[in-house]
Design a protein around this ligand. Structure first.
Ligand code: NDP
Ligand code: 2IT
Length: 446
């Protein structure tokens, strides 16, 4: 089996040279899926996995704009339309200087499986730009978003491809992009999700990813007869996902003791409360990408240039970015008695970290299952747009909880090992794959 996996990876690497994040994401999936496909030859003969590892379409474009000093700036825009077997391409847009083809292909590949797990009819896509929002004025952000959409609009549509937010793209950016799309097409449609509630957005979309992560962690803990109340939680990041996860974990009686930014991490042994959580939003809105001011505001400790994984916690929720929690960090978490790691970000744990956690039988769930609540509520936003109707926050939250519990059940179904340990990576990969693969088989060689 090892040989089959390496042969497959060799071909992926040869076709996509240097795209290390994409190789990492495909390898994690291939390890689980190649043995499964060997047992299910119909997928093998139709080369479903080979086809799934090749995006249906990659769009790259120039994004010129003018800064406040009148200088012309040029960024690169991308949209990876990865897989449309079960619905229109769907996935976020990331604005961050590190954005490149490899990162967006890894995200688009994962998104296909994630969207399948939600049970909603959405294909997989991802996009963004190497634009750096840090330190930009509101007008610069608007001009950039308008220029970005001036090209992207011809490739997307409510039945074709529906982008949303990701790192560096929140409600403000979605607003500017939606405005430009509407102006160019003369159409008011649900072409983007994460819109403001007044103009077609869904209640609970801002909270959905973080809330979903915590609902999922609750279900994981329940498999061991444990609950969230009273648990000490270590969290990384301070963006949209971290904010939602901190809110729901605190509401459910857990104590969140860390946050982090590129400058270091905050250790607040008293735990977050609603005032401190609201302050996270202020921190993000400054566009400075630092957490240190939190320590000054609330008298907590700031530990510069380090990640929070050295703190003793019961539950870890990495919510910042890819490969932020490595093998050594995982060893520290295990040594400190951490029982569960639930990913809020996409692929925050390295393969070494996952290996350490799984071999120590720590509960571990990959983001493609545990952070699917964000795109799930995006799917519900699409439904509400089609119905031209709004559901209440309670209705959306209820549907979100049902979806997260259902994803958890699918992971347990496909991932439970003979010793009873649930391998959520395997469970999520197989459960996500089957629906897309069956749709691809039904639709022929396309
Ligand atoms: P935000 O822009 O709101 O927050 C970004 C966070 O990412 C910050 O906390 C920042 O914290 C961190 N970050 C970004 N880039 C880097 C980098 N290169 N190095 C270090 N840190 C970085 O983004 P979101 O909260 O939306 O996204 C966070 C994660 O969650 C991402 O992996 C995203 O793909 C994923 N996600 C987002 C969803 C959504 O609906 N928004 C849905 C599902 C997943 P810090 O600098 O501390 O690391
Ligand atoms: O990674 C993700 O799932 C997202 N950034 C959300 C995508 C979406 O379409 O809501």
């Amino acid at each position: 089996m090892e040989e089959k996996i390496s042969a497959f990876m060799d071909s992926v690497i040869a076709r996509n040279p240097g795209e290390v994040e994409f190789h990492q994401a495909v390898h994690e999936v291939a390890e689980n899926l190649i043995p499964f496909i060997e047992e299910n030859p119909r997928y093998k003969h139709a080369k479903i996995l080979d086809r799934m590892a090749e995006p249906e379409r990659v769009i790259m474009f120039r994004v010129p704009w003018q800064d406040d000093q009148g200088n012309v700036q040029i960024n690169r825009g991308f949209r990876i339309e990865f897989n449309s077997a079960i619905g229109p391409y769907k996935g976020g847009l990331r604005f961050h200087p590190s954005v490149n083809l490899s990162i967006l292909k890894f995200l688009g590949f994962e998104q296909t499986l994630k969207n399948s797990l939600t049970t909603l009819p959405m294909g997989g896509g991802k996009g963004g730009s190497d634009f750096n929002p840090k330190g930009k004025s509101d007008n610069e952000i608007m001009r950039f978003c308008q220029s970005f959409m001036s090209e992207l609009f011809r490739h997307i549509g409510p039945n074709t491809d529906v982008p949303a937010g990701d790192i560096g793209v929140g409600g403000r950016e979605i607003g500017y992009m939606f405005g430009q799309y509407k102006r160019l097409r003369n159409e008011f449609t649900g072409v983007l999700t994460g819109k403001g509630f007044e103009w077609g957005g869904s209640l609970m979309r801002p909270e959905a990813t973080g809330f979903g992560v915590v609902y999922f962690a609750q279900a994981m803990l329940a498999t061991q007869g444990q609950s969230l109340a009273g648990k000490v939680v270590g969290l990384s990041g301070f963006g949209n996902v971290a904010w939602g996860a901190a809110t729901k974990a605190t509401q459910l009686g857990a104590k969140v003791v860390t946050l982090s930014g590129p400058d270091g991490y905050i250790y607040d042994p008293e735990g977050l409360d609603m005032e401190k959580i609201e302050y996270m939003l202020e921190l993000r809105a400054t566009n400075n990408d630092v957490v240190q001011p939190y320590a000054e505001e609330f008298g907590a400790q700031f530990i510069p240039n380090k990640t929070p994984w050295e703190v003793k916690v019961d539950l870890a929720l990495p919510c910042a970015t890819q490969n932020e929690l490595g093998g050594e960090d995982a060893k520290k978490l295990v040594a400190n008695g951490c029982v569960c790691v639930t990913e809020g970000a996409n692929m925050p744990c390295t393969p070494e970290a996952i290996h350490v956690l799984q071999s120590n039988k720590v509960l571990f769930c990959p983001g493609k299952a545990s952070n699917a609540g964000g795109v799930a509520v995006s799917g519900l936003e699409m439904s509400q747009n089609s119905l031209r109707f709004n559901w209440s926050a309670e209705e959306v939250d209820q549907k979100l909880q049902v979806i997260m519990n259902n994803i958890h059940e699918q992971c347990v179904k496909y991932g439970t090992q003979s010793d009873g340990y649930v391998n959520y990576v395997k469970g999520a990969n197989i459960a996500g794959f089957v629906k897309v693969a069956d749709a691809m088989l039904a639709q022929g060689i396309v």
